[in-house]
Design a protein around this ligand. Sequence first.
Ligand code: DAH
Length: 339
Amino acid sequence: MLDKVKELIVEVGYFNASTKEELETFRIKYLGSKGLLKDLFAEFKNVDADLRKDFGQALNTLKKTAEDKVIELTAILEKSVEEKTIYGDLTRPSEPIELGSRHPISIVKNRIIEVFNRIGFTVSEGPEIEDDWHNFSALNLPEYHPARDMQDTFFIEQNPDILLRTHTSSVQVRYMEKNQPPIRTISPGRVFRNEDISARAHCIFHQVEGLYIDTDVSFADLKQTLLYFTKEMFGKSKIRLRPSYFPFTEPSAEVDIYWGLETEIDYRITKGTGWLEIMGCGMVDPNVLKNCNIDPIKYSGYAFGMGIERIAMLLYQIPDIRMFYENDKRFLEQFKSII
Ligand code: DAH
């Protein structure tokens, strides 16, 4: 009899309930008016006199253990109900954390930087709010120069000297003012033009400017660098340079890559020619070097400039430049897998 009570004490000690119903069944089983303890206390009078003391103590321990158990489990179950109402089900699987994606402009910008980093170009940056000197005059575009019309400018508070830069060529000037050759730098950044917004043009877009100044830099160096770039960036190995005009370079050229005419899309984007214009370039005009305190007798160099949106549109076949600025998740999510 005593052994049975001792076993029950252990059993009660280990008991656990996950619901209030289970706990209630337990309580009725041990402490109920027809419960085990009632029966056991009724047995008391049948126990031998010399065992009564131990039996009585064991019974009291069992009763106390069962009562404590009920109090303890009631508190635990109530707390978990409370937590569930506050926090919901804490054991449910967690919600997946949504990963964002890099913006296509950042992806392309980083790729351009990486390609030029590999051949020794470092990144430099300049302010988006510029003065006339760095955006125009130092670049061989004096006041009233007709080429200023090519770039419709946003001025700040009617002040003709302070403006939003119309190209990243302004960073060339800033970099040369502070550094002597050898110079190898690329300058990515945002530029602004007072233009009507359409599928092909926007008033805010991005450019990357390149600048290389050293002794004996030739047009052949420029061409090789651009060929390397187009191979790395587009996997295309044919380029052509068409004579063009920029006030800050002489001679100047427009760079076309041979895109091919394999698909209908190739026909459409190259207007049936297979060629695509991707940037402007040239040998830095000696006047520009002089304006930036670099000796044009000793040094020569090349520069180039390209639009990041244009390159991203070609790489990812994006038909409308406005898509870059709409922040439509359905558009942005498509770049999730690219870093
Ligand atoms: N700044 C020119 C533009 O915005 C692009 C450009 C052309 C940059 C020729 C250059 C260059 O450095 O040599 O259209």
